[in-house]
Design a protein around this ligand. Structure first.
Ligand SMILES: [Ca+2]
Ligand SMILES: [Ca+2]
Length: 496
């Protein structure tokens, strides 16, 4: 990472645009967990070896009875540690992993925390298997590791905190928030974080991360494929836990049913979340799938035909591996369209485009087509990686064009110069509100730090590029606002 210069309300930095590249931050996690257990059955005399992998019997609340979960035997005790998915375990919040003298767990009730861990272990193991068998990913971190879970948080909430999944209860105190989609949501948030590079945490990136977690939760449910009598696969999130007594938190086929956005709005999302959920449903199922809910469109043709959830999942996932700083709906469109072309071909690529268009994310510069070979890099220039020298400055943009930041928070945006810009350029930023600073680094990344004293409101920050006698400007919308309402039920505690 290049050193940053922190500047005040009017920031100045001279950069040389030629060859500038985005910083390579947030690369795939490479943490390793050394715990190992041998996967073999008990000896012929029935004896057990320490660290031995076992198949325990669980009495679950959400997944039927009995369920099989992988457990570990060590030093005379069975424990809820997964021997084949390193890092995965389950215990009480601020307590040890559950252990006992028999390998039978839970009582099936919604208030038993041991039962909650049965559901967590079952769901997290299926989520891992889904990642492997459907998406080709090796573990939650992509390097063969998972992470611990804890239950019993005394709050109507569940979240991923960067190192573990934490689960509370519903508002009625009748169930723990440990259904397949809620568990898949938390570990899906981890997969999102450990895919591609750092997203920059802008408004659109935050929105895309939550809907990505919705998608991973839903994929977990579809992978398990329970019958109707249990937690059958659907495109609802939280329908089994009834978090706040109002049914599902989101209907992916029509997010507006619970107040989320069906359509992309590039400047100010009326409410966070929803549009990418809707995109995924339209891609997987279309507008009128037999036996499933209809889904409206926001733009373009009124009828779409789905390509199936597994193809949609692979396209979504491969696109996610191309996540970059300043992750946005436009970038997600380009990445998934390219993924669809690489994985399947023109019909799936066109279906991917149609689903984005249907949620009002229009065609992007540089996205592939099927009428000609994929353009070489020189035909899809990156504004910060110009293809050759030029004597003029013809444009500046910022990506994303807007971001929502809580007081005390920060965000980053990428400043893009027109293709071909090669001469020395001076970048500056002005118009930031009191208490907010903008710094611009050598890779044309602007970091906007909003202090706790900055009043909530919407502000316009102007970025200026000057070179020789030429000056270009562009505007960025900064929304200083409080918490995202989805933080109430399933998000990182730091989000609100
Ligand atoms: Ca369900
Ligand atoms: Ca569900």
């Amino acid at each position: 990472m290049n050193p940053k210069t922190t500047l005040g309300a009017f920031a100045l930095l001279t950069v040389v645009a030629m060859g500038a590249t985005a910083p390579a931050s947030g690369a795939e996690a490479t943490s390793t967990v050394s715990r190992h257990a041998t996967a073999r059955s008990a000896g012929t005399d029935g004896s057990l070896s320490s660290g031995q992998a076992l198949l325990g019997s669980g009495n679950s609340h959400f997944n039927g009875n009995p369920v099989t979960i992988q457990t570990t035997y060590s030093a005379g005790l069975y424990s809820l540690k997964d021997p084949t998915r390193p890092g995965l375990s389950c215990g009480r919040l601020n307590g040890p992993v559950f252990t006992k003298t028999t390998d039978t767990w839970g009582d099936g009730t919604g208030t038993s925390l041991e039962t909650a861990c049965v559901d967590v272990m079952f769901a997290a193991q299926k989520h891992w298997d889904m990642l492997r068998n459907w998406l080709g990913r090796n573990g939650v971190d992509g390097a063969g590791n998972s992470y611990p879970a804890v239950v019993g948080m005394n709050d109507v909430n569940a979240y991923w905190d960067g190192t573990r999944a934490v689960f509370g209860h519903n508002s009625a105190h009748t169930k723990q928030l440990t259904s397949l989609d809620v568990v898949g949501w938390q570990y899906g948030r981890a997969v999102y974080e450990m895919s591609g590079s750092n997203d920059g945490n802008g408004t659109e990136a935050q929105d895309l991360s939550k809907s990505a977690a919705d998608i991973f939760g839903t994929l977990t449910e579809h992978y398990v494929n329970h019958p109707l009598a249990l937690d059958e696969p659907d495109y609802l999130i939280g329908e089994e836990v009834n978090t706040v007594g109002a049914g599902p938190l989101i209907h992916m086929y029509n997010p507006s049913l619970t107040g989320y956005s069906n359509c992309y709005n590039s400047l100010v999302p009326p409410l966070p979340g929803g549009a990418q959920d809707h995109w995924f449903y339209l891609l997987a199922e279309g507008t009128n799938p037999p036996g499933k809910p209809t889904s409206p469109v926001c733009a373009g043709p009124s009828t779409l035909t789905g390509i199936g959830i597994r193809k949609a999942a692979r396209i979504f996932y491969l696109g996610l591996q191309r996540k970059t700083l300043g992750w946005s709906y436009g970038r997600a469109r380009v990445a998934t369209v390219q993924a669809a072309k690489n994985l399947y071909g023109c019909p799936e690529m066109n279906a991917t485009k149609a689903a984005w268009t249907a949620i009002r994310v229009p065609a992007q510069v540089g996205e592939p087509t099927c009428s000609m070979p994929t353009p070489p890099p020189s035909a899809t220039p990156s504004p910060t990686s110009p293809s050759g020298p030029s004597s003029s400055l013809s444009g500046i943009t910022v990506d994303p064009p807007s971001a929502r930041v809580s007081p005390g928070g920060s965000t980053t945006v990428q400043i893009k110069l027109s293709p071909g810009t090669a001469q020395q350029v001076t970048l500056s930023a002005g118009g930031s509100p009191a208490g907010t600073t903008v710094s611009i680094d050598q890779s044309t990344t602007a970091t906007i730090n909003v202090s706790a004293s900055t009043p909530q409101g919407t502000y316009t920050i102007t970025f200026v590029a000057t070179s020789g006698g030429s000056t270009e400007t562009t505007h960025f919308t900064l929304i200083v606002a409080g918490e995202d309402r989805r933080c109430l039920i399933n998000d990182h505690p730091g989000c609100g």
